[in-house]
Design a protein around this ligand. Structure first.
Ligand SMILES: [Fe+2]
Ligand SMILES: [Fe+2]
Length: 351
């Protein structure tokens, strides 16, 4: 069963996450205590992960993606299998316009999710890295990369909003007010429960999680020639940039984690699986709201939701989508702390 994991939009090159060369004396030892759980790893050199950015970044080299009328040729606005509610027999029974509406609303949700993720989460963290506000001694090469990354993410937010407006104008389908996306509600709630001095670090760890997660879902849309060309191209542009971002944030995590010290690691580490779930799990409230526009009773809506999003399937899909991120954490000794490993286990993300 395919699942619409609303957050799983990013492609990733798992081979490009680390520099493994020689030690970098300028990095120095951990400033905050012993590097338990990580001291089996060899030191590594911090290297740029956004090399040739001028020749590769979508903001530099890709055109604006302009929607063409391809519906008359049978094209759709999202890969049908990734929008399970639109595929449900109780929705299909309402006719092709209902199916089309649910696919378009799914695209809107994705575009809104993307714009808010970039501007309200990732760029908050990336800006601080760029400005050297995340602590002394941050390697210059990392700061230089972060300036480029901020630019990329602002562009992704912009082209997402642009595409939403183009599709709304072409289809006449208005967006449903979905409220604050689930990932942001969860992120804010988690932050609120933390001591103020840990909130920024938690944001940094959330950025690591969301920038390294992989989902086969988004990988499918660019290759799906049933989907309108401009949407496919826009998602492909984004995915290419995100491959580089994933490498950047993998390296950033390898730099950051040993420097947190035992106490902070064991306090913040259990949040990592929460961030994974927050990012990957479908926004059920928003999906319910999108169904509210159809002539369906409350019981029918609940039947559709239960059929499309059984808890065990959501959980298994989350784990699969998190494979690369979990590998990153294993590689950096995160699971060596039994309290953190237990937290991953409790979320079904560790054996
Ligand atoms: Fe992005
Ligand atoms: Fe990114």
């Amino acid at each position: 069963m395919s699942l619409d994991l609303s957050g799983g939009f990013l492609l990733h090159d798992p081979t490009n996450g680390f520099g493994r060369n020689t030690s970098l004396p300028a990095m120095g030892p951990s400033r905050t205590g012993p590097v338990s759980g990580s001291n089996h790893r060899p030191p590594f050199t911090i290297v740029s992960k956004l090399t040739n950015w001028d020749a590769k970044a979508s903001v530099r080299v890709k055109p604006r993606r302009i929607l063409m009328d391809e519906e008359s040729a049978g094209k759709v606005f999202f890969t049908p299998e990734l929008v399970p509610v639109a595929n449900h027999p109780m929705v299909r029974r309402l006719g092709p316009e209902a199916v089309r509406q649910q696919q378009v609303l799914h695209l809107y949700r994705y575009l809104d999710f993307t714009a808010r993720l970039e501007l309200e989460a990732i760029n908050v963290v990336a800006s601080r890295i760029a400005l050297g506000k995340t602590g002394p001694g941050l390697p210059e090469v990392m700061r230089a990369d972060a300036f480029k990354l901020v630019t990329d993410e602002a562009h992704h937010a912009t082209f997402s909003d642009d595409m939403r407006r183009q599709v709304a104008e072409a289809t006449g389908i208005d967006a449903v007010d979905s409220g604050i996306p689930r990932f942001l509600r969860r992120l804010r709630a988690i932050r609120r429960d933390l001591p103020p001095d840990q909130r920024r670090l938690a944001m940094s760890l959330f950025a690591v999680v969301s920038e390294t997660l992989i989902s086969g879902i988004l990988a499918q849309v660019p290759k799906d020639d049933r989907v309108v060309t401009s949407v496919r191209e826009m998602i492909a542009d984004h995915a290419e940039d995100e491959g580089r971002h994933s490498a950047f944030f993998s390296q950033y995590f390898a730099y950051l984690w040993p420097r947190l010290g035992d106490k902070l690691r064991s306090e913040l580490g259990p949040l990592l699986p929460e961030f994974i779930r927050a990012f990957l799990e479908p926004d059920l409230r928003a999906i319910r709201r999108s169904l509210a526009g159809l002539p369906l009773g409350p019981d029918e809506v609940e039947t559709i939701m239960a059929d499309c999003y059984p808890a065990e399937v959501v959980s298994a899909a989350s784990r699969e989508a998190a494979t690369v991120t979990l590998h990153l954490f294993q590689h950096n000794g995160v699971m060596d702390d039994s309290r953190i490993a237990d937290a991953f286990r409790a979320h079904g993300l560790h054996d």
